[in-house]
Design a protein around this ligand. Structure first.
Ligand code: AMP
Length: 186
């Protein structure tokens, strides 16, 4: 199973990716987590990405595409994967298409989670208190939601046109959302 999980910040992509990962026995790959790991460890990638992440902007595509390309060729991704937080703009859709064509491993489905703006803001501010992420400041949160609306939300149309989109209400409790996704995916 090769899946994308898409949706705005705070909709529960990471939670659903983790539950689906356990259910299907395939890795959940979050570009945000990969960046945060590199920030924490002050790697060259982390140093290059830091200012973008702190401002709530997208990290440049060349950096992001190459970490996804590398990650999808690792041994644990052979049986499938769940990508969380990628692609986020049209150029990343093209890059992912090219990576998957080269690997000969087509995408199966795209799960799009939806929730009202106030639900997203409430979840993000709760997470800001719990995790202390550098990009959970009010300014960065606003910028990330704006970038999602402008650059990422339109990508759902691409996957709808390809017949791969599965739209799910992300406002309920995590276990029942996961059960309904699994019910549809089989
Ligand atoms: P996330 O945890 O998915 O919200 O990602 C945290 C931050 O990492 C984002 O605000 C971006 O700065 C960066 N990031 C994560 N995924 C991507 C991506 N696909 N393209 C560019 N930047 C990304």
């Amino acid at each position: 199973m090769r899946l994308l999980i898409m949706g705005p910040q705070g909709v529960g992509k990471g939670t659903q990716a983790a539950l689906l990962s356990t259910h299907y026995g395939i890795p959940a790959i979050s570009t945000g987590d990969i960046f945060r790991y590199n920030l924490k460890n002050h790697t060259p990638l982390g140093v290059k990405a830091q200012a973008y992440i702190d401002r709530g902007e997208l990290v440049p595509d060349d950096l992001t595409n190459s970490i996804v390309g590398d990650r999808l060729t690792q041994a644990d991704a052979v049986q499938g994967w769940i990508l969380d937080g990628y692609p986020r703009n049209a150029a990343q859709v093209d890059a992912l298409d090219a990576i998957l064509t080269e690997l000969g491993t087509p995408l199966d489905r795209v799960v799009a989670l939806h929730a009202d703006h106030d639900v997203l803001l409430a979840r993000m501010s709760r997470r800001a208190k719990l995790e202390g992420r550098s990009d959970d400041t009010p300014d960065a949160i606003a910028r990330r939601l704006d970038t999602y609306e402008r650059e990422t939300a339109p990508l759902l149309e691409v996957y709808r046109d390809r017949g791969q989109l599965l739209e799910v209400d992300g406002s309920g409790d995590a276990e029942s959302i996961s059960a309904s996704i699994i019910g549809i995916l089989g």
